[in-house]
Design a protein around this ligand. Structure first.
Ligand code: 0X9
Ligand code: ZN
Length: 434
């Protein structure tokens, strides 16, 4: 153990993340905090910097709450400081490690090629095997490598395309991705669920052929494969990509326990601005990168979105948690001119989603429903690529497990989102006379 850490110190000091040593969160807690006073928004953000807090969620309005992860050595001080500010704090998650243990990917049997268990969180390698077996047995599917992550993993897109239209032009398309934030495992899992529906039609759904006939489908299950693998093997709470030090700030000793990396959903190039809901500090969870599209993962996605612009009607950037179906802009409180259209389609989708298992999703503009944050994929897709119906979807839950949703929720989350997406597709068919 000593030798490993010594080696780490020698290697760099810049970037040492021994993937075999899993970071533990024994005694780390998540607090629900009611600011109570307007000035406390600023005060609470300042506590974040002082105690190295990880904000799982920011309040969406004056009466909203923060979900704040605190390390055991700071719990008492943070609660005391919050009380002295006049804020209310209660413990939501008492021990993050026990939830991590509960949501840990379980051992599972290898399945026949072309199938993937929808009851498990899968590794990057398993996901690729699944995609490859689909394209090798399915003539209307194609695998595109959109680019290569910092650690050399390919960012794969699977395309379902049953041929061009009778007019010889592209069909209209729907584009969806997951896993831009490493720790939000349910997002890639439900993208895989949807890929399985389209490729294997396991429920013999008579609608699938029609949906494949009307649209080309583009799905990227894992936008941030390096971060995802690190969250499986190194640090379950990892959010960003695996970029190492930028510039001189913090460069010698790195960021300590809160390592580097870029928040890919602050790095897109439409009104990119670290000061707007992101950070200039590479040690922060929302570090926006040294400049717009500085990361290979965002470059790959931006290029893919730009190249489908002429025929893509809808884009879903899938995250967790909180149950929101939200639309641009994230960088400003001003609504896009066609906000009513986006609102309408979001409501169609979430109504259908609700009817599956009764989950309620909030529909609205990013800054109204959540918070202001520039450099998001949704803003880029709409503002730069010109995809009209661009959304961020925050899957479940609403406050029991947060990012640590156990595997048993994959099926239900997939069923729900797929129902929402199908309803969205049908509404597009109606609106565009497809
Ligand atoms: O902060 C984010 O990137 C998203 N929430 S999450 O908890 N999954 O990290 C929301 C992004 C909303 N879109 C924009 N702000 N553009
Ligand atoms: Zn996210």
């Amino acid at each position: 153990m000593k030798t490993i850490w010594l080696a780490c110190l020698l290697v760099v000091a810049v970037n040492c993340r021994p993937e075999s040593l899993e970071k533990r969160y024994d005694g780390h807690q998540v607090l629900k905090v009611f600011p109570n006073l307007l000035e406390n928004f600023k005060n609470i953000e300042a506590l974040g910097a002082k105690y190295n807090l990880d904000f799982w969620n920011h309040p969406k309005h004056q009466n909203g709450t923060y979900d704040i992860q605190v390390s055991p050595e700071h719990v008492t001080d943070v609660i005391n400081e919050l009380k002295s500010l006049g804020a209310d704090a209660s413990v939501w998650i008492h021990d993050i490690q026990s939830l991590i243990d509960e949501s840990r990917p379980s051992d599972h049997q290898k399945r026949a090629s072309g199938t993937l268990s929808m009851n498990h969180y899968h590794s990057y390698a398993e996901i690729n095997t699944f995609l490859n077996s689909i394209v090798s047995s399915n003539s209307h599917t194609h695998l595109d490598n959109l680019g290569t992550s910092l650690q050399g993993r390919s960012i794969n897109l699977i395309r379902f395309s049953t041929g061009s239209t009778s007019r010889g032009t592209h069909k209209k398309s729907i584009f969806m991705d997951g896993g831009i934030h490493a720790r939000e495992w349910i997002a890639p899992a439900v993208v895989l669920y949807m890929i399985d529906q389209l490729a294997n039609n396991p429920n013999n759904d008579p609608d699938i052929a029609n949906l494949l006939d009307k649209f080309d489908w583009y799905l990227v299950p894992l936008v941030n494969p390096d971060g995802y693998e690190y969250s499986r093997n190194g640090d379950r709470m990892w959010r960003k990509n695996m970029a190492s030090s930028y510039g001189t700030q913090h460069s010698f000793f790195g960021c300590g326990s809160n390592e580097m990396g870029v928040d890919l959903n602050r790095n897109f190039g439409y009104h990119w601005d670290p000061a707007n809901g992101g950070s200039f500090d590479q040690c922060q969870e929302t570090y926006a990168g040294p400049h717009a599209l500085s990361e290979p993962e965002t470059k790959a996605m931006a290029h893919a979105l730009d190249s489908v612009t002429s025929h893509t009607l809808a884009y879903l950037n899938i995250h967790s948690y909180g149950q929101y179906w939200i639309y641009p802009w994230g960088y400003t409180r001003h609504l896009p001119p066609d906000a009513a259209d986006l609102d309408h389609l979001g409501r169609v989708a979430t109504t259908a989603l609700y009817h599956v298992h009764g989950s309620r999703y909030t529909v609205g503009e990013d800054t109204v429903v959540l918070y202001s944050a520039a450099g998001g994929a949704d803003d880029y897709a709409k503002g730069h690529s010109g995809i009209k119906y661009a959304y961020t979807v925050e899957l479940g839950d609403t406050g029991k497990y947060g990012f640590l949703l156990p595997e048993r929720y994959i099926q239900t989350s997939g069923q729900e989102l797929w129902a929402g997406v199908k309803a969205m597709a049908h509404e597009l068919i109606r609106l565009y006379h497809l």
